[in-house]
Structures are given as C-alpha cells and as structure tokens.
Design a protein around this ligand. Sequence first.
Ligand code: ATP
Ligand code: MG
Length: 576
Amino acid sequence: MADQENSAPGSQADKPLDFIRQIVTQHQQQGGQRVITRFPPEPNGYLHIGHAKSICLNFGIAQEFSGQCHLRMDDTNPTKEEQEYIQSIQEDVRWLGFDWGQHYYHASDYFAQLYDWAILLIEAGKAYVDDQSAEEIRINRGTLTDPGRNSPFRGRPIQENLELFSAMREGAFPDGSKVLRAKIDMASPNLNLRDPVMYRILHASHPHAGNSWCIYPMYDWAHGQSDWIEGITHSICTLEFENHRPLYDWFVESLIAAGAQVPKVGYRPHQYEFARLELTYTLLSKRKLLELVKSDVVRGWDDPRMPTICGYRRRGYTPQAIRNFVTEVGVGKFNSTIDIGRLENALRDDLNRRASRRMAVLQPIKIIIDNYPENQVEQMEAANNPEDPSAGTRLIPFSREVYIEADDFRETPPPKYFRLAPGQEVRLRSAYWIRCTHVDKDSAGNITAIHCTYDPQTRGGSNPPDGRKVKGTIHWVSAAHAISAEVRLYDHLFTAADPSDVPPGKDWKVNLNPQSETVIAAAKLEPSLNDSPVGTSFQFERLGYFCVDRDSQPSRLVFNRSVSLKDSWAKEQKRK
Ligand code: ATP
Ligand code: MG
C-alpha cells in the first residue's frame, strides 16, 4: 500500500466556502485575531465518524487560516470518563492526520479558575446554592409552555451562598444534596436560561484531576469558560447547542461585568453551530456504542462494523478516505442523513489508487487441468495495480491444480453465464484459458473436482492465434501453493436505514443485523500474501478490498473485507 498522500488533510481546494469558513474569512478580512479553534471531546467513549467531521472542520479551518486548533478533553463527568478513552482520542485524531502541537488541554485543568469565577458570580448576586433535589429542580423548571417556579432558596443572602458553596467544595455535604445555580430567569422562554445548574456535588475521583474535587462543573458552565481561557475565537459545535448559546454568552458577559480577568485574551469567544453528521444504517451515540461493546454484540470498540474511528481503521479505511468523505459531505445548517454508500465510495476511490491487487478464493472448488504436466510450476506475471504502473508486478505460481470460486462454475449454466461450465471456456486471470471437460462427484452427488484442459497458446491470459473469443475471466489460486486464511465479510450493523426507528415497546437493538458478520474459515490466497503486516490493504480481484486484521497470527492470517467492489462483474466485462 502506498504511503499516505502529503496533500493537506481535508483539503478544501476545489469547494465553495461553507458558512463557517465564510464567517472565518470575514473575521480575518476585518482584521480579527489569529484563528483558534478547538475539538472538545468528552472522554466517555471512543470517537466516531461524527466526531471525524468535527475534527476535520476544526483542525481543517486552523490549517487553512494559519491558526491553531486545540485538543481539549471536556472532562467534567468523572464517573463516565476513563484514561483508556483519552488515549484512544489522541490516537484517533493523530491517525486522521491532525496535530494539536503544544495545544493539548483538559477542562479539568480549569477547575480552580472556574471555582473562583463561580464565587465572583455569587458575589455579584448571579448565582446561588439550591437545596432542592434534582427531581424538584426538574419539576420546578417548567415546560416549553409553562414558566418555571423560583426555588425557595433563590433569595439566599450572598454571604450564606458563599459559605455554603465553600462548604460544598470542602466536602461537607453528600452527593445530590445541593447544587450551585446561575440566577437568570425562571420564566425565560429558553429553558437553558431557567437558572441552570453550574455545580453538582459528586464524591468521585477524577481520571485527570484525581481526588482534589468533590464538586464538578456542568458542561455549560465549563465549556464556554474553557474556550475563553484558551482564547478560542470560533467555538464550533453541533446544532443541538444552538439554544445553549444565550447561556454561553450570559456566562461570559456576567463574568466580564463582575470584573473577571482572563490572562492574555482581549476578546471573547463566539459559538457557531453546524449540522451533525448522521449516516444511514448507523448509530452515532457513544452511549449506545458502549452498550454494544458491553453486551458483546461486537468484538469491541474497534470491531470493523462499529462506526468508531478505530473500527474504520481496523476495517481498512484510510484517513484520506474519511477526510475526503467529510469534505465531500460539507458543512451545513440543516440536519440530514447521509447515505452510507457515499462513505463506502470514498473508500473505494482511495483504495483503488493505493491497494495492490491479489487473488484470493473465498469458496474454493478444485480444478484439475488434465493436459498440464504433473509437476510443472510456472510463474505468471501480474500487475500489482493497473491504476498505478509504479506499483510494479509480481509472480504468481501456476500448476496443474488450482482453486476457483465455487460460484464461478455451473454444471447447468443459466443463459448468459460466461464463466466456467461443461464444454465452456474461460480465462484464468494472468494465466491460461481453460475449458471444462467433466466433473468428479462423491456418492452424494456433490462436485469434488472439475476437470479442464488448457490452451498453451494463451499464456498470461492472452488471446490465441486462431481468433477465438472468451467472455469470462475468473480468479484462481494454485492449490499446491495457496495459503489458508480466515476472511471476515461485513454487512451493515443495522438492518434499518434509520436504526433509531424502533417499533413501540421494543429495544433499539431489534434493528441489529444478525448477519452483519460472516466468517470464512479457510479461504485460499495466493502465496505472496504470506506475512502481510496487520493493517495492509489489498484488492482481492473481483471480491473487494480487504485488510489484514489484528487477530492475525504468523501461521494464520485474518482478513476483513473493507468494502466490496461495486458492479465488479460488470466492470470486469468492460475491461476485456
Ligand atoms: P455522542 O452524542 O455520540 O455521545 P457527543 O456530542 O456527546 O457525542 P462529544 O465528546 O461531546 O460527543 O463531542 C465532541 C465534539 O464532537 C463536539 O463538539 C460535538 O459537537 C462533535 N460531534 C459529536 N457528534 C457529532 C456528529 N455526529 N457530527 C458532527 N460533530 C459531532
Ligand atoms: Mg456530548
């Protein structure tokens, strides 16, 4: 497989500017600050293809506008977050081809600053300690049609709030007994502004901050202030945060009014929202993906059927294919679901250029070429990649007994069947033309071998001098030289185009595809595939693109099918 291209990841060169890039361009033209974006995952699971869109957008904009992009762990939920996830996030962002340089951060590194700022808001009369239970807070919040009700603790004197908040931080109260809330407006039409919770009590140790805290900030409080501290100019997030923006702004404005100082930054961040990526036959929710992992429905977070970045990597996707796909889908303001076929096509396009061709037989049936000398072996030359002459050629051993795909032979062929059948002639790719003479059968009537003769004048698969034509070309592997391998074929993980469309009363897992994985225990492969390193991609002629799985052993390779070849047979015919 060729090295990755050096072109800028997610290159936008031939695309009109999307609305976010237009905003950034305008900002630059008006002499705005150097662009600083961030990708802020919560380390509570592995990243998925939706995150890839956000990564390509944030890091891509930073590259295109000579700015910088921060990688920030948005780690405010200690009970759901783990070091394993942090490492996987870093690995996946790097693998996609992006680099945060020195700019790696944790929201938890700002806990002390956030705490001080919370005190500032309490002092300004803009935050209070509430003793209501979570349930009471929920009920009193009201609904879209009914205003909320003020908490009986809303009028607490500032001094009392300061003392209680300090005691919360010192661990004086049990989990859930108190919260700190912003004092905004319980009648606001925007529910996010109805005195949102800023802190909750949680006696839990934190994967990054250790045991120093027993109160933890909520997302809305931590996120915008983290942006501000880091000097983010464009805080880009998905549309569901659109009606959090007034709160995002309220916090920054209230802090400025209360005299908060932010070192170095003379401007405030702004939030922009874009449509999240959704794909057909795919669920993009870390919570549900975790459930699949925990219930052993898949082989782990990196199962080749998972829409996680590590799953795609194991499946044989290239970073370039994912970036090309994300660029092609573009950035918009309206949610829509993208056909998963577009992702698969991006992979085909990329692997078509990179992947070496090989021959492999998944459902082998034996051919005996009766007129071929018994102990003779010829080395047949074949191009590694017709799309890339620099990939060179290789030699494939040919001998008297070869395997072909069982499906490439029919004892009673249907009309227009151009592959092998009794009396019919077919080309073995890069080898010889063979004609079927008869078959051997066992006592149950199953075919055990197919007998053929070959035409020595067709060496390399070339046309014979008598002008005879052949319509079919099939792949093969020399039986004496073949290596056996496990091959795993994949289909969509869900049978429903919209997996969240679940019949009433049923669990979302009803839409899982029970046939999403098919394991072929003993496929026959050409010997040059021996010792292929894990992660290498090949095109198996006529079958698709396959990648060496990490379950491979020196004695036994395992391949995953990354994607099938679309219309492989039609294309095959055209090439002749
Ligand atoms: P999930 O809902 O799958 O758990 P999340 O939004 O909770 O994902 P975060 O770790 O909070 O995951 O997301 C990090 C960043 O990735 C956020 O800025 C978020 O907006 C963005 N993001 C998450 N899912 C998508 C998606 N499907 N398409 C585009 N961006 C996404
Ligand atoms: Mg989230």
